[in-house]
Design a protein around this ligand. Structure first.
Ligand code: SDX
Length: 376
């Protein structure tokens, strides 16, 4: 059998959720362009769109928002699980552990339209509470559950930080949540689909997705890309760092390349403009200058191979400017992508998706007679 390494060009489902044109750098959710959605919609509206097919009217949005807010109060046992984790746990590991704990009591979960309509908003609310709790645990502060405010992004940031959260931070967080909400079937969404294809429950399947997202080739790239800027240290070092590490050391430039995009990832430009808007301190401006110089060198070297910067190249810079440390970046990606994972799983089951069971070509021994060790 022909092997497709990394499932390249293998189609596992039809979808009406997200359209990507990798040649032209186009991304649409349910037919709406990503730029329009980022500028005009809240994450709650985009989540409703992804789950139910249309943008909500005022009444639907109010009900959906209220259902999300019911998920803000994490069960006591999940809070205890989070508190029991080592202080230096990265936020995504906390997310993975917390969502696995939320699968307790989900036996017999049914993938029905009614059940998803009930459980999806709860999961979005719980994701916000878990990531906020992970952050507070990381910075050794007492856990705060999100409380209803005028936005999902605002409630989340208020559960993370003490004191007032600026409107600008809420706007940027909302845009980041919309940008990362879905992207067809990358490794993490595929992991979720493999899990739900056995009729495993929603929380277990989300935990499977988070495990796949963690790797530096996927969601972990947001942190790995920013770590490059920190390693370079100053704009004057960019050229020598690039020559030593990428050209001679043949290290991958993190935040560059994509299995689908053969041009710029359309999300990158939006994150870049947010990073520019937010970078006001001397340190932020220096990091941005490093990033932009690195981007230029990367494009010069790799664009002939159709390798361009992706969404993760600047997202960390924007997150850092809001006040998040590097080991929060992938958890913020996962927070947003929770709705994409649920929407794709629900669509897969609803469209009659069967249990995932690929094959492998056998290349081992032919039949052998077992001699007991003593006969040797
Ligand atoms: C995300 O799929 C999605 O939609 C994911 C995502 C989403 O929203 O869910 O968009 C989010 O994960 C974005 C990608 C973030 N990852 C990184 O930034 C990590 C660095 N990028 C790569 O490792 C790589 O580009 C991948 C993983 C993203 C894609 O890998 P592929 O398609 O399997 O390509 P490959 O590893 O087979 O590389 C093909 C060639 C190789 O060169 P040769 O060995 O053929 O000479 O391109 C080279 C690679 O060395 N290459 C790179 C490179 N990416 C690919 N060389 C240097 N730097 C890079 N970043």
């Amino acid at each position: 059998m022909e092997i497709s390494n990394g499932l390249e060009d293998v189609c596992i489902k039809n979808t009406a959720l997200t359209f990507i044109d990798g040649e032209k750098g186009v991304l649409r959710y349910r037919g709406y362009g990503i730029k329009d959605l980022v500028e005009k919609c809240s994450y709650e509206e985009v989540s409703f769109l992804m789950l139910f097919g249309e943008l909500p009217d005022r009444k639907e949005l109010a009900q959906f928002t209220s259902d999300i807010q019911k998920g803000y109060a994490l069960p006591e046992f999940t809070r205890r699980v989070i508190s029991s984790l080592p202080d230096d746990s990265d936020a995504l590991s906390v997310f993975e552990t917390a969502f696995a704990s939320l699968s307790c009591g989900e036996d017999g979960f049914v993938w029905s339209r009614e059940n998803i309509a009930r459980k999806a908003p709860e999961a979005l609310g719980r994701a916000s509470a878990v990531v906020a709790a992970a952050f507070r645990h990381m910075v050794d502060k007492e856990m705060k559950m999100p409380v209803p405010t005028d936005s999902y992004a605002g409630s989340f940031l208020n559960a993370c930080f003490d004191g007032d959260v600026s409107r600008q931070s809420v706007t940027v967080m909302n845009r980041a949540l919309v940008l990362y909400a879905d992207h067809e079937v990358p490794a993490s969404t595929t992991a979720a689909i493999v899990s739900c294809s056995t009729l495993s429950d929603m929380y277990s399947s989300i935990a499977a997705a988070v495990a796949a997202l963690k790797g530096p080739l996927h969601g972990g790239a947001a942190e790995a890309a920013y770590a490059q800027f920190e390693d370079i240290g100053s704009p004057e070092n960019v050229d020598s760092w690039f020559q030593k590490n990428v050209v001679e050391g043949r290290r991958r430039l993190m935040g560059f390349g994509h299995r689908v995009y053969r041009t710029y990832d359309p999300r990158m430009a939006i994150f870049k403009s947010m990073a520019r808007e937010l970078s006001t301190s001397a340190e932020e401006k220096r990091t941005l200058e490093i990033a932009e110089k690195l981007e230029k060198l990367g494009v010069e070297r790799f664009s002939p191979k159709q390798i361009f910067p992706n969404t993760d190249f600047y997202s960390g810079t924007a997150f850092k400017c809001i006040g998040f440390p590097i080991h929060m970046f992938t958890a913020l990606f996962a927070l947003s992508r929770t709705v994409g994972w649920i929407a794709h799983m629900s669509e897969y089951i609803e469209n009659g998706g069967r249990i995932m069971r690929p094959r492998a070509n056998y290349t081992g021994h032919g039949p052998r007679v077992l001699q007991s060790a003593s006969q040797k």
